[in-house]
Design a binder for this molecule. Structure first.
Ligand SMILES: NC(=O)c1ccc[n+]([C@@H]2O[C@H](COP(=O)([O-])OP(=O)(O)OC[C@H]3O[C@@H](n4cnc5c(N)ncnc54)[C@H](O)[C@@H]3O)[C@@H](O)[C@H]2O)c1
Ligand SMILES: O=C(O)C[C@H](O)C(=O)O
Length: 320
């Protein structure tokens, strides 16, 4: 059987790391597409030359032609611009919306059967726009953010409790912005919800609140340290986790920006929710119940995403 084909649209920091991880994990043959001449070709060749040492079987190709993504099983989109210190993700909306138009049309015309994972920011509005421009089925287009935000939350929690991160679960829902919602009641150490761990005295509310806020600020913390761009190792790892769930029909339960129409009281929009990812793409949105306080935080985040989608419609009439 032929190896799956993975198209990476954008061969920058995340795109290159995605290509490396996909090859190391032998998820399939990789095509790196970018408008910057030489960059995708150089990264493809560089990673291919690591193959003999690593012993992976995968071909890598760099290109400026959308024709080369034809028949891709998965497309992961990182094309666009990252933020710099002092900027919010939302400041990228205008510039990256134009990129989503060309990328959406490129995928529509060349890889209409692919499972598409958008990573470009501001995430929830960009995945919505990418779906509109591509016209692909909603269950085949989603955004990566919740897996990353939850991984950050898990990392900070594992440090706080001094336990293996394997035994820490976490769910961060809502839009991938300052309003994101780390849900403590649905996050656990060894299956014990975080509020119970506070009651048990393993940590205190003050420390937990600080970790929740550090999670919300996780992207900005890295931007402040790197100064020239944003995080890429953890975002690429999260994107690969989602791609692998689709390619191997793993039925993983992962938080991601999915199209929600009915569940969680939402009507026809993209936002971060718990999903099941398998061979059917987004196979299920899990209709979790929230407390009044959780719901208020989630609604606030949903409204922020709705505002960004309206801004997209104001910029590009074809989306209105
Ligand atoms: N969703 C998340 O959790 C998350 C996490 C990290 C970064 N991001 C976002 O991902 C995006 C990419 O980040 P990065 O660090 O890889 O940036 P980068 O600048 O290193 O790479 C972006 C690449 O996109 C290419 N590009 C620009 N316009 C293009 C077009 N029209 N078609 C094809 N390629 C095009 C550029 O040439 C560049 O190589 C940013 O918008 C960033 O904010 C999102
Ligand atoms: O913070 C950013 O701008 C990049 C990304 O959204 C992140 O969370 O790392």
């Amino acid at each position: 059987m032929a190896r799956p084909k993975i198209a990476l649209i954008g061969a920058g920091q995340i795109g290159g790391t995605l290509a490396h991880l996909a090859a190391l994990k032998e998820l399939g043959d990789v095509v790196l597409f970018d408008i910057a001449e030489g960059t995708p070709e150089g990264k493809a060749l560089d990673i291919a030359e690591s193959g003999p040492s690593e012993g992976f079987d995968a071909t890598l190709k760099g290109t400026q032609s959308y024709a080369d993504i034809a028949g891709a099983d998965v497309c992961i989109v990182t094309a666009g611009v990252p933020r710099k210190p002092g900027m919010s993700r939302d400041d990228l909306l205008g510039i990256n919306l134009k990129v989503m138009k060309s990328v959406g049309e490129g995928i529509r015309d060349n890889a209409p059967d692919a499972f598409v994972i958008c990573i470009t920011n501001p995430l929830d509005a960009m995945v919505w726009a990418l779906r509109e421009f591509s016209g692909l089925p909603h269950n085949k287009v989603c955004g990566m953010a919740g897996v990353l935000d939850s991984a950050r939350f898990r990392h900070f929690l594992a440090e706080e409790f001094d336990v293996s991160m394997k035994d820490v679960t976490a769910f961060v829902l809502g839009g991938h912005g300052d309003t994101m919602v780390p849900l403590t009641r649905y996050s656990t150490v060894a299956g014990i919800p975080l509020p119970d761990l506070v009651k048990m005295g393993w940590t205190n509310q003050e420390n937990l609140d600080a970790i929740v806020q550090r999670t919300r600020d996780g992207g900005a913390e890295i931007v402040g340290l790197l100064k020239t761009g944003s995080a890429f190792y953890a975002p690429a790892t999260a994107g690969i986790e989602m791609a692998e769930a689709y390619l191997k029909d793993q039925k993983r339960v992962l938080p991601c920006a999915a199209y929600v129409d009915g569940a969680l009281g939402l009507k026809g929009m993209y936002v971060g929710v718990p999903t099941v990812i398998g061979a059917g793409g987004i196979e299920r949105v899990i209709d979790i119940k929230m407390t009044k306080d959780e719901q208020a935080m989630f609604d606030n985040s949903v409204n922020a995403v709705k505002g960004l989608v309206e801004a997209c419609k104001g910029i590009d009439n074809s989306l209105a």
